[in-house]
Design a protein around this ligand. Sequence first.
Ligand code: NAD
Length: 536
Amino acid sequence: MTLLHGMTLLRDPLLNKGTAFSEAERDRFGLRGLLPPCVLTMQEQADRVLINLRNLPTDLEKYVALNALHDRNEALFFRVVCDNIDEIQPIIYTPTVGLACQKYGLIFQRPRGMFISANERGKIAEVLKNWPYQAKLIVVTDGERILGLGDLGANGMGIPVGKLSLYSACAGVHPELCLPVVLDVGTNNEELLRDPYYLGLRQKRLTGAAYDEFVDEFMTAARKTFPGVLIQFEDFANHSAFRFLHKYRSEAPVFNDDIQGTAAVALAGLFSALRVSGGKLADQRLLFLGAGEAATGIADLVVSAMMAEGMSEAEALRRNWLVDSRGLVVRGRDGLSGHKLRYAHDHAGIADFATAIKTLKPTAIVGVAAVGGAFTPEVLRMMAELNARPIVFALSNPTSKAECSAEEAYRYTEGRALFACGSPYDPVKLNGKTFVPRQGNNSYIFPGVGLGAIASGSRLVTDEMFMTAAHTLADCVNPDDLDQGSLYPALPRIREVSARIATAVANVAWQNGLADGPPPNDLSGFVEKQMYDPHY
Ligand code: NAD
């Protein structure tokens, strides 16, 4: 029972019910006169929020309004998000969150999460003690590669905040267990350094040993302050993301959603596409536009999945090709960074994507280079000439960076594309058929994986967990979804999907000796019981 009273209670977002305090509560908590007399239910309040939200002219204004609600009445915020996930997810996460990060200083109202700046070097453990809750889940970024938007420094805070909102909404991880963190090591974004409203450190990024030591101090302090905490790396640049994942993954429960979450959601999309085309994964040839975290993360998991179907590693690798800003990744090309080397095959160099398609004849193209419009009509027509059911995944975010729109994908392949997108698109009508494209959004995967890891208390987060998550997600897609071109389940089913993924992940933890004690008899009931359901 709450000990807070009167105005203090109304101003506590975790306890505030707004106009939903009952007559009895108004007496008990000294609220008489502080609220208008009418008592509204949570549903009535949620309806009012939606009316106001829908009247706002831009998505950024909606984002600001939802943030304000989050700051004032947390349960109501999550009720609105959970019950309207299709409509709200694109506002609190991609694509709107990209713009919100760019304008973070300007739209700032109240801080959320922890800002750990380079000035706190040597005392991060002390700083973390200022957090008032016992975190079980941290999402952390250093803001260097926010979505496809580049270095946004401390403005990147919008990403951990948004992801953790999705954790609570999509998988019911209790908000009190969630801690968003930005490691503010400076920014090399000159525009931000000149921006009078920029709220981060006005200095160039820490680099080299100083940067690594800072991140290491944070990792040690976080694990000491919050024992067993799951740490999700988010939107670090390539040169940090792969290193940190490999450095910490065998000693602590960590994962990188840009690499592993993306991989699982894309693999699930491939499984769905193959249910439609009737092909086998082992027969696919994938050509990626992009060779970064998303591309190599997806390719690595696809290779594992091909190997699980009995293929040799060498053969599986040969079925995955990358094109980066310098053309096809091939053996012997100068200056290839480590994560691309597995895919540097013996082949002549090819400068452009269209020629790579002509030469390699892929069955699937996956756009993860953040180059808007790169899947040109020519590219799409070529894919349709080569394949009866070309697989086309345009995953780059935000919408301005998408390789093609849903409408373009269907139009230039005569409606034959098996399409998934990174940004949301409305249904497309073509030749009398309505296609319902769905986002290959990581929010299908990371909330369930995180919940499963937390629920089981897993000591590590393994690749097997992401593979299991991909299979489970694909199993959630029903024939009606496939008939209308949807490679993912409807978003309103997300809590059911996350619960199934979490159960499967927790099972992997217990099967592999990563969780203590015997597994619960009813694992799915055990997981579901831990899910936060926002109500008063
Ligand atoms: P990244 O920075 O790690 O990789 C980007 C890659 O694109 C790099 O390899 C770069 O060399 C390559 N590239 C840049 N310009 C190019 C060009 N002109 N031609 C070919 N390649 C080029 O970024 P990332 O984490 O891999 O993310 C890439 C994009 O994918 C972003 O837009 C991100 O938002 C999106 N993404 C979407 C999802 C999803 O929808 N589920 C998940 C993760 C990432």
